[in-house]
Ligand binder design. Sequence first.
Ligand code: L34
Length: 285
Amino acid sequence: MTAPIISGKQVSEEIRGNLRQEVESLVKQGLTPGLAVILVGEDPASQVYVRNKEKACHDLGYYSEVHRLPASTSQEELLALVEKLNQQADIHGILVQLPLPKHIDEKSVINAIAVEKDVDGFHPVNVGNLVIGDDSLLPCTPAGVIELIKRTGIEMSGKHAVVIGRSNIVGKPVSLLLQRENATVTMCHSRTANMKEITKQADILVVAIGRANFVDASYVKPGAVVIDVGMNRLDNGKLAGDVDFESVKEISGPITPVPGGVGPMTITMLMHNTLIAAKRLAGLA
Ligand code: L34
């Protein structure tokens, strides 16, 4: 039997519908949420993602600025732009698209973003608040994974969730959020021994290892929920997740596709964060 497909695209549309309504009423009160995205260089994948963010702003009635800078931009120039946006009253969210060119130190740039405008949730203060369970702006992809699971009606409490990947952007934060939902969480990574033995115990398997089609059916317990965070561009130009969807869907439970799974949710949670940041900065939340 083939597993049900979890459509991130469809769930995103639902959430965006709610956001659109809320923004409409905020605009009437004189508050238009504003997002600034900075893209340095011409990485083709980043260009697609940033265009999708710009489109989402436009569709939902946000004010949007996209700063496209040449790859030769110096760290000082980038920091000066971040500083300017920190001060700018019509901007409530600032996002510097990663990865940055090698001559720029990502940490210094992230640290320069005002904590209240850090809609990526990458600033150490927001990360720290996430770890201790305080209110914070949550990183968009991990928050999108949790929201997608919740809105599909899948229970997390008491379940064994296994996360493959330990990055700061996905693996670590999504593990914390699953734990916050009362799942029992195991983290696997590139050095994990006997990985299949562990992943085969997962009720919920979240894959963020960054290798195309890494997880095949032999990693998955029959009926397990499979969330694919991977976004790999193959040589033939096609997009592939970290999960071999065709083989896994024959034995898994509900499973996300790529594209149309976690990707759209990342952008939807960015829109959500920008709305929250705008309300907090305006003293409305
Ligand atoms: N600062 N850098 C910062 N914040 C982020 O949250 C990101 N990320 C990741 C890369 N760098 C970042 C994104 O925005 C990945 N990511 C992202 C955003 C959108 C999509 C995928 C990744 C997306 O729209 N995916 C579509 C398909 C797009 C395509 O055709 O290539 C999907 O349906 O999955």
